[in-house]
Design a protein around this ligand. Structure first.
Ligand code: G3P
Length: 217
């Protein structure tokens, strides 16, 4: 499973890039607003830090506007992926980019039927928002399982990019289901390292090694 980080904070991305774990980055208008920085400048900087796909979302909601903005964003760097909301206009724009070989990430997906539509217009990635489904007492991971089954039934190329991740359990479940990508907030990635038994075991190893009085070098 590929790990993308879900943020527009360049410092967090740079720190995670050094772990060797990062396969890409996703941003959206809310994350860009939170960064307080110029959108196109941030995307250019992120594309310099990470070789993998970097999702940059259009702001327009009409087909022509999405196409114009998407083509402009695609010029920023070769690893820019155009993020498009899952609407009738968005899927028409997605089809345009598919036909031009420009990679797309269709976002704000909340149902299996929406994911099926996105695959049929050739979306490179589909972003189902699992956390927001959980927020309204539905089960986001059930949607991921349904999309996985549907995509496998018809051998769709669209990659399932699990988004709106709020817990490390959702990362585990995404991997168990066979999602292609998880886009994870920095804080959740850092939580994945930790286990109390690892910390406890290492503390004991360090203490017992010290008691030998030996050195390795
Ligand atoms: O990539 C989508 C993600 O940023 C949305 O997360 O927590 O706002 O639902 P959230």
């Amino acid at each position: 499973m590929k790990f993308f980080v879900d943020t527009a904070e360049v410092d967090d991305i740079r720190e995670l890039q050094e772990t060797g774990l990062l396969d890409g980055v996703t941003t959206n208008p809310s994350l860009i607003a939170k960064s307080g920085r110029d959108f196109k400048q941030v995307i250019a900087e992120i594309c310099e830090i990470v070789d993998g796909p970097v999702s940059a979302e259009v702001a327009a909601t009409d087909v022509d506007g999405m196409i114009a903005e998407g083509e402009h964003l695609a010029k920023i760097a070769t690893n820019v992926v155009i993020k498009i909301p899952l609407t009738p206009a968005g899927l028409k724009a997605c089809k345009h980019f598919t036909n031009k070989g420009i990679k797309t990430n269709v976002t704000l997906c909340f149902s299996a039927n929406q994911a099926l539509l996105a695959a049929k217009v050739g979306a490179t990635y589909i972003s189902p928002f699992v956390g927001r489904l959980d927020d309204i007492n539905l089960n986001g991971m059930d949607l991921i399982a349904d999309i996985r089954a549907i995509y496998d039934n018809y051998d769709f190329d669209t990659q399932i990019l699990v988004a709106s991740i709020r817990s490390i359990n959702q990362v585990t479940e995404s991997a168990l289901i066979g999602a292609d990508v998880a886009t994870i907030p920095p804080a959740i990635i850092h939580k994945m390292y930790n286990h109390p038994l690892t910390a406890k075991g290492l503390e004991a190893f360090v203490k017992d090694w010290a008691s030998t009085g030996q050195t390795i070098l």
